[in-house]
Write a protein that binds this ligand. Structure first.
Ligand code: NAD
Length: 261
């Protein structure tokens, strides 16, 4: 349990990749603050499960990542109730798909706020305490779309490229303080978000489940395999180790070879 005595904030951790991060950290004894939307009972069950797993506190905070004041309040709460946020994982994200000339401006604003600006507000609030402790780990979930583009995803690709640049910049600024800042850039990950798209796509395109998975979703992923949330979380856990102290400013693709093409 190498994270005993440490605490973490993981945004967007009520499902998918974020929940896998929370479980991986808790399994190493880390106190965690989870965040995101969803059914209150289901969230409470996950929170209690994390507390049982870690033997440390697990809290839930409903801060909306599009609201800077709520982000600041969540970081302050982690500091008062968990003794800090030694590890910050900025992961909350949304998507909207449309050609740029039909892209609703309010969707653009929401994606930039949640997928990009929230990370700035989180870092800004959490870094002073990390500097004081001379130790910190910041991990951002970017995407293969931090490295390459796809049509109809203007806001998402802009936000994820922004995350890659923000991560590198803050890595340089904090390197001297014992803080590392890295991106993980997954390809298609098997989460409820992806799984739930399959029936609609089958119907809309007249395809079988297998055709949707291989010819639509995994078309760009040479392994023809989905990444699993636990694989992403395992890399994040490694980045929290002392052995990873010299890894900073990196952007790790975990995309089955997508961005090698
Ligand atoms: P998900 O939909 O399962 O999880 C998203 C999480 O963000 C949920 O907990 C949700 O409640 C939360 N969230 C959404 N809006 C929020 C807001 N305004 N404030 C606070 N929380 C909010 O999706 P996921 O696939 O686990 O995605 C997590 C991250 O991984 C995202 O940043 C996404 O862009 C990135 N990603 C996902 C994939 C994939 O294939 N699933 C691939 C690459 C990158």
């Amino acid at each position: 349990m190498f994270l005993k005595g440490k605490s973490a904030i993981i945004t967007g951790s009520t499902s998918g990749i974020g929940l896998a991060y929370a479980k991986a950290l808790a399994a190493e004894g880390c106190a965690v603050m989870i965040n995101g939307f969803g059914d209150a009972n289901a969230i409470e069950q996950e929170r209690a499960g994390l507390e049982a797993l870690s033997g440390a506190k697990a809290l839930y905070d409903a801060a909306d990542m599009s609201k800077p004041d709520q982000i600041a309040a969540m970081v302050a709460r982690a500091q008062s109730e968990l003794g800090g946020a030694d590890i910050l994982i900025s992961n909350a994200g949304i998507q909207h798909v449309a050609p740029v000339d039909e892209f609703p401006p309010e969707k653009w604003d929401a994606i930039i706020a949640i997928n990009l600006s929230s990370t700035f507000h989180l870092m800004r609030a959490a870094i002073p305490a990390m500097k004081a402790k001379k130790w910190g780990r910041i991990i951002t979930t970017a995407s293969a779309h931090s490295l390459v583009a796809s049509p109809n995803k203007a806001a998402y690709v802009a936000a994820k490229h922004g995350i890659a640049g923000l991560t590198k910049t803050v890595a340089l600024e904090t390197a001297i303080h014992g803080i590392t800042v890295n991106c993980i850039s997954p390809g298609y990950v098997w989460t409820p978000l992806v799984e739930n798209q399959i029936p609609d796509t089958m119907k809309a395109r007249g395809l079988t489940r297998e055709q949707v998975m291989n010819d639509v979703l995994l078309a760009a992923q040479p392994t023809k395999q989905f990444v699993h949330p636990e694989q992403v979380a395992a890399l994040a856990l490694f980045l929290c180790r002392d052995e990873a102290a010299s890894i900073t400013g990196a952007n790790y693709a975990m995309d089955g070879g997508w961005t090698a093409a």
